[in-house]
Design a protein around this ligand. Structure first.
Ligand SMILES: [Zn+2]
Length: 501
């Protein structure tokens, strides 16, 4: 088994469903809104009454084009709508309007960041637009309800090539996509609200890892498709569970556990069991009986329209992964810092604008990820929205660099500045937080601290174990007397002199 195991390589493709944040649904004027009472945003079109005619929402198409172009896809001149037939309680008209053979975006790629400053290109097969289905509600003791508020919300499905080779790559891709669609402003991608869902296709290649897909060099285990994962955690656990499961199956059944023998299967992830369970053998595409949607005209994308969306994309500017790279290479940040700052555009812009205003990058980053992150956490918002502006932040960073305030004072100023329009320099002055390196002033505080703490002074003189702690205590007392304004190095120097060390 040892040899076998060495030659098993996960081969994973990912489908990502993203609900687009349009005002209205994709084919009717109902509001696209989460959380309202069931069936309050419905009309004959989205509940599938016979004869009701759909009208395409142009914004949904444009949002999809924008994602496609950001993923380096081709947006073809001609795309169309197709009916995908299936029968399910949350789909009253018994078909979903989707795109089958001519999607809105094809053949792109996304370069995802990996640990150790590495990057891997993941190819995108396609991205197509469809309508979301309704939702079954299992809140009743004796029956299931159906809420059709979600039916008809525009849903962009992004499909990758099976290029992902381990859980880390899957997670990096998923997080990168999450960040990208929010950055572009096309989706809130709130996973708790089901606005972003993942469906991995997972198989293991057993054979020569250099020759994946070469049938003379190995074979695939059955493809498991796991539907509707709506958290990063469940995606990560699912991938790991399936990989482990396939390895165990190979150990037990050998080559009988192959795609050729077992085929494709649909599995579901059960959160409470922390495991997947079998659902059914997978339908082939022809089961859906796709055919062109007769009630909607095809979408013709001319050069002018495509260029308009490209211009909008240019206005968004540098995308998160590119910024992450820049922070790593130009500012020499750690991967963790670069990742944290590019979670959202507001935080990243605040950071960039502050550095453009002449502040030192490392100072700005430390302020944002220190006190800034703590405040964001308290307020339940992103760091970029806590209330410090791109004029105030560089001002504060520069004061730190010049030694006009120390770190303790900077934190206090930060706390005040998020609720004020005043410049940090003004606040430092009015609050008496400007650093005091004036030896005369600090000497007064040192003398006071020594007079008030004879025991600590005695411990310092006694030497041994207690000395270091007592000295630290006295330093702290002086800093407190100065309300954080004294320069710590100066305090320690003067204390040492006074205590005769
Ligand atoms: Zn409607």
């Amino acid at each position: 088994m040892g040899d076998m195991q060495d030659n098993m390589l996960p081969v994973i493709g990912l489908e990502i469903h993203v609900e687009l944040a349009t005002e209205t649904k994709i084919f009717c004027r109902c509001a696209n809104r989460f959380g309202d009472p069931p069936n309050t945003h419905t009309c004959p079109v989205c509940i599938g009454m016979p004869g009701a005619m759909p009208v395409m929402n142009q914004k949904a198409v444009e949002y999809s084009m924008k994602v496609g172009l950001a993923l380096n896809c081709t947006v073809p001149n001609f795309t169309k709508w197709d009916r995908k037939s299936y029968y399910y309680p949350d789909l009253p008209k018994n078909y979903q309007i989707s795109q089958y053979d001519l999607p809105l975006a094809i053949a792109g790629h996304l370069d995802i960041p990996l640990a150790g400053n590495k990057v891997k290109r993941i190819d995108i097969t396609r991205a197509h637009l469809e309508e979301d289905a309704g939702k079954n509600v299992h809140d009743f003791p004796a029956h299931t309800g159906v809420d059709l508020n979600r039916a008809g919300i525009p849903l962009l499905e992004i499909v990758t090539e099976p290029d992902l080779r381990n859980v880390e790559e899957v997670m990096s891709f998923a997080r990168s996509m999450h960040r990208l669609v929010r950055w572009l402003g096309v989706s809130h991608a709130n996973m708790e609200m089901g606005q972003m869902r993942f469906e991995p296709n997972i198989s293991l290649w057993v054979g020569d890892p250099e020759k994946v897909f070469d049938e003379s060099a190995g074979y695939f285990t059955p493809i498991f498709e796991v539907k509707n994962l709506n958290s990063f955690r469940s995606l990560e656990r699912t991938c790991q569970w399936v990989i482990d499961y396939h390895q165990a199956q190979i150990a037990e059944k050998g080559k009988a556990w192959s795609l050729a023998d077992v085929g494709k299967q649909n599995w579901g992830f059960r959160d409470n069991l922390n495991a997947c369970e079998f659902q059914r053998g997978k339908e082939e595409a022809h089961d859906y009986r796709y055919f062109p949607e007769p009630d909607l005209a095809p979408v013709v994308v001319d050069d002018a329209w495509r260029q308009k969306i490209r211009n909008e994309l240019d206005e968004v500017g540098e995308l998160p992964i590119a910024r992450q790279r820049r922070y790593l290479t130009e500012w020499k940040l750690t991967e963790k810092e670069a990742d944290a700052l590019t979670q959202d555009i507001a935080t990243s812009d605040l950071c960039d604008h502050s550095v453009e205003a002449g502040a030192d990058p490392k100072r700005v980053v430390n302020l944002l990820l220190g006190r800034g992150a703590a405040i964001a956490n308290e307020r339940g918002c992103v760091i970029g929205k806590i209330g410090i502006s791109d004029v105030q932040l560089p001002d504060l960073a520069k004061m730190l660099t010049k030694g006009e305030v120390n770190a303790t004072a900077a934190d206090k100023i930060f706390d005040i500045v998020v609720d004020s329009d005043a410049l940090p320099a003004k606040i430092a002055e009015s609050e008496g937080l400007l650093a005091v390196s004036d030896a005369g002033k600090i000497t007064e505080w040192v003398d006071e601290a020594i007079a008030k703490n004879p025991q600590a002074v005695e411990d310092v003189h006694a030497g041994g174990k207690k000395q270091k702690k007592a000295f630290g205590f006295l330093t702290g007392q002086v800093m407190q007397l100065s309300r954080g304004a004294a320069t710590p190095a100066e305090v320690q120097k003067l204390l040492q002199e006074k205590l005769g060390r």
